[in-house]
Structure formats: structure tokens, C-alpha cells
Design a protein around this ligand. Structure first.
Ligand SMILES: NC(=O)C1=CN([C@@H]2O[C@H](COP(=O)(O)OP(=O)(O)OC[C@H]3O[C@@H](n4cnc5c(N)ncnc54)[C@H](OP(=O)(O)O)[C@@H]3O)[C@@H](O)[C@H]2O)C=CC1
Ligand SMILES: CC(C)(CO)C(=O)C(=O)O
Length: 297
């Protein structure tokens, strides 16, 4: 199958590495320089002590793309621009969005593709350089159909066992559960500058995370609260040594996905007339840190 992957970051490179053995994969990058490096040096994936280099095709995303299947692996803040101004350049039978957060859902009615799927990536992936990605945590990718037919994505049932895909029926519950994880962990770790594990091992931080969780759970009238709270605590323990993506972005003076995660919550709270003072306060603090870092860069 001809597969295109838009975005040569951690998730895009990881996805390309696990599909390029069985499929005809092209990585569409933002920079010409990255595409040239990938074509010249190949794509290297590190998993534990193993280091594997794959030959792969890459080109900058500057013209119309025509593929059978497209994975969109850019950050939320770059996705808005692609969906608003370049959606006509993405020609494919089926398309899958791999973003954290829920900011992209409101754009989907304008996406013309027949088959649209949403996914949440539960792997750990770290981009080392333009041609190397480290698979830091082997997990799974949950996916669900937003429009069209599940069968359009049938190739996902036979993937590498280090890169499994699991179908779930309810895309909204799937995205909401991942949103709850990212809301609880990412802004607090970014502000406190602590690894994920500290949010459960240091009791005052656990209490703060619980208050935030309860507020956001009320905004969404979340079902199965106890199960999802336990899940968040488990993610903190399983990724105890990890620095969340938002903390890493803040530390590097980069833009974060705060808007797609916490601003999304605040907007829903305002729409529904539910108070969200903790989220609003936290949003202002993390946004302030982000802007401070971006200015220094
Ligand atoms: N990393 C992880 O472990 C996980 C990430 N996710 C989610 O996956 C999504 C992607 O994250 P991640 O891969 O880490 O992010 P990265 O920042 O590593 O990668 C994003 C890539 O998109 C590229 N890009 C931006 N704009 C364009 C464009 N117009 N055309 C082509 N490429 C473009 C960037 O290029 P350039 O380098 O030139 O800026 C960059 O390489 C996010 O929503 C994230 O939350 C989910 C779970 C785990
Ligand atoms: C699950 C978690 C919090 C792991 O660090 C993550 O998705 C992130 O850092 O963005």
C-alpha cells in the first residue's frame, strides 16, 4: 500500500519505521533539509539495544500529495494551518490523525476524505535527530473511525508486534480519556518541572492533580471517574522517569500543545457554564512560562 506520513517528528518517524518494511512509505517533512537527510542516510529506529536503519523515501510537503493512506503526525498547533489552508493538497482514500488533545475534532467536518480515523498513540517516542527516533516505550495505538468504514484501515490488523493498533468503537471516549491523562499530567509537570512519577509520589502534587482532575471531570460529566483516575495514576507510575512532552517543550523554549489540551477544556467549560478556576489559573501560568521561553529563544 502507498502510505504517506505528514510530519517527520517523533511519532511520524516511528510510524514510518514500522510500516516501511511492508509498504511503500513516503515521509512528508516541513524542511527540505530533513527530507534530503532521510533519503541519503535512511531512517534509524532505536528500541532497547537494537538499532535498525531502513531505506525510506522523503520529500518536503510543498505540493499536492496523492497516496492511498495518509497519517498526519504534526503537532496540534501546526495541524490547524494544514487543515485550514492545505487540506486540498492531501489526496488519499483514507486519513488518520495521530494528535494528542481534541482541538482537531472541530475541523473534521471540513475534511473531504471518505474515510477518516482518529488515533491515540500510547508509545513513547523521542526524536534524536532528523533521521533517528528512539522507541522509548512500547505501547499501542488505539484508533477509531470518525467517518467512513473501518475496512478502509484493514491493513492495521497485521502490523509489527512492537507497533500494534487496537480498534475501539467510541472515538469520543477514546480521545477524552487521553485528554484527561494529558490534562492531569502535562501542565503540572511543565509548571513544576518534575518527571511524571513525582505527581503520584509527592503527596501535595498528587492532591493538586486530583483537584484538577475532578474539575475537568465535571466539565465533561465524565463517566467511570474512578477507573480513569486510577489509569492516570498508573500512567504516572509507568512513565515515572519521563519528562512529559509539555515539560520538554517548555525546557527547549518551544511552543506547547497547551491550547489543544487545557484551553480546549476551558472553552468547553465556558460553553457549558461550568466553573473551571483551577484550569484557568493553570493555563495562565503555563502559557506565561511558554511565552517567556519563546522570547528567550
Ligand atoms: N512523542 C510522543 O511520544 C507522543 C506524541 N503524541 C502526539 O503526536 C503528535 C506529534 O507529536 P511528535 O511527533 O512528538 O511531535 P514533533 O514535534 O516531534 O514532530 C512534529 C513534526 O511535524 C513537522 N511539521 C510541522 N509542520 C509541518 C508541515 N506543514 N508539513 C510537514 N511537516 C510538518 C515538524 O517539522 P520540523 O521538525 O521541521 O518543525 C516536526 O518534525 C502530537 O500531537 C503529540 O502530542 C502522542 C503520544 C506520544
Ligand atoms: C502520557 C504522557 C503524559 C507521557 O509523558 C504524554 O502523552 C505526554 O508526555 O505528552
Amino acid at each position: 500500500m502507498r502510505i504517506g506520513i505528514v510530519g517527520g517528528g517523533a511519532v511520524g518517524l516511528l510510524t514510518a519505521a514500522y510500516f516501511c518494511g511492508d509498504h511503500d512509505v513516503t515521509i512528508y517533512t516541513r524542511r527540505n533539509e530533513q527530507a534530503e537527510k532521510l533519503c541519503t542516510h535512511g531512517l534509524t529506529v532505536i528500541c532497547g539495544n537494537e538499532r535498525t536503519t531502513h531505506r525510506v523515501h522523503a520529500e518536503p510537503f510543498v505540493r499536492e500529495i496523492e497516496e492511498e493512506m495518509l497519517f498526519i503526525a504534526v503537532k496540534q498547533y501546526d495541524l490547524a494551518n494544514i487543515l485550514q489552508t492545505r487540506i486540498h493538497m492531501l489526496q488519499a482514500n483514507a486519513i488518520m490523525f495521530l494528535q494528542n488533545g481534541m482541538g482537531h475534532v472541530s475541523y473534521l467536518p471540513h475534511v473531504p476524505h471518505h474515510h477518516i480515523a482518529l488515533a491515540v498513540v500510547e508509545h513513547g517516542a523521542l526524536k534524536i535527530d532528523d533521521t533517528t527516533v528512539s522507541h522509548t516505550g512500547v505501547g499501542q495505538t488505539k484508533w477509531s473511525v470518525w467517518r467512513g468504514e473501518k475496512e478502509a484501515f484493514s491493513f492495521l490488523s497485521s502490523t509489527n508486534n512492537r507497533f500494534p493498533f487496537q480498534y475501539v468503537d467510541d472515538w469520543e471516549a477514546m480521545l477524552l480519556e487521553k485528554l484527561m491523562v494529558n490534562v492531569a499530567i502535562n501542565p503540572l509537570t511543565a509548571l513544576l518541572r518534575v518527571p511524571n512519577g513525582m505527581l503520584v509520589t509527592h503527596e501535595p502534587y498528587r492532591q493538586a492533580m486530583k483537584q484538577l482532575f475532578q474539575e475537568v471531570a465535571s466539565v465533561f460529566q465524565l463517566e467511570q471517574r474512578e477507573r480513569i483516575w486510577k489509569h492516570i495514576e498508573t500512567v504516572c507510575r509507568q512513565t515515572a522517569a519521563n519528562r512529559s512532552s509539555m515539560l520538554r517543550d517548555i525546557e527547549s523554549g518551544r511552543k506547547t500543545e497547551l491550547d489543544a489540551i487545557l484551553r480546549y477544556v476551558i472553552e468547553r467549560a465556558n460553553e457549558r457554564g461550568v466553573p473551571a478556576p483551577i484550569s484557568t489559573f493553570l493555563y495562565a501560568l503555563v502559557k506565561g512560562k511558554q511565552l517567556e521561553g519563546e522570547k528567550e529563544r
